[in-house]
Design a protein around this ligand. Sequence first.
Ligand SMILES: [Fe+2]
Length: 238
Amino acid sequence: MHSALLRYTARCASPAFTGQRLGFMSSRFHWTTLDLNSHLPPGWQQDIQMAAEDADFREFPRTPVLSREAADVLHIRRGRVHAAQVRQRLPWLYRSYRDEFLEFARAACAERVVAARDDRYGVVLNVQRGTTMRFECHIDSNPLTGLLFCTDHSAGGELAFANDASAADVAAVERDCSVIRPYAGHLIFFDARQHPHYARPLKQAADTRIVAVMNFYTESCPESTRPPVLNRHLYGDK
Ligand SMILES: [Fe+2]
């Protein structure tokens, strides 16, 4: 574990590392990228693609509190491999979230970072198929998010992050945004509590985009700050 972390820490000085430490004081969106291609287990992409074939594809209702969609957008079509399925079908990903990826998150963040205790939203897969799906424009409630890109796309499927915290819909995000193109095997970390963001639709009908999404917390923004309305909305909590 430690030798792996050292390899990645060393890479931070190479061109594979972009962005700044997350403590950097700037209102512009910033992020950290790690290239894990020589580190992930053999066959990891095929494993993830097989799990994504059984994703829950449907119209998802807009998220309370966190949504930054226009008022007339009530649903967004996309796919989700829920946390329980990730744990069952991709045990290496579940373990990495709580082990090596957590160590990388700690190296990227000025504050001590912890994984979510609640398994329902620790690590999930977001899946887009074809040109009609995208991911909802929203802000995050957690202070640090990790995304492991699992597919490559020459065009479409980019993440767009608003530099303006007040951006209230996709059009406003697009007016001034930082854009991240997915590269399979790249793990990124960011704080998007003040940066509305969404995943653009794909350009090819036969294309599939898969990303593993990981929630992390810090002492100044612990898991207990997660809005209860989210769990009521997503899991039917009382
Ligand atoms: Fe997000």
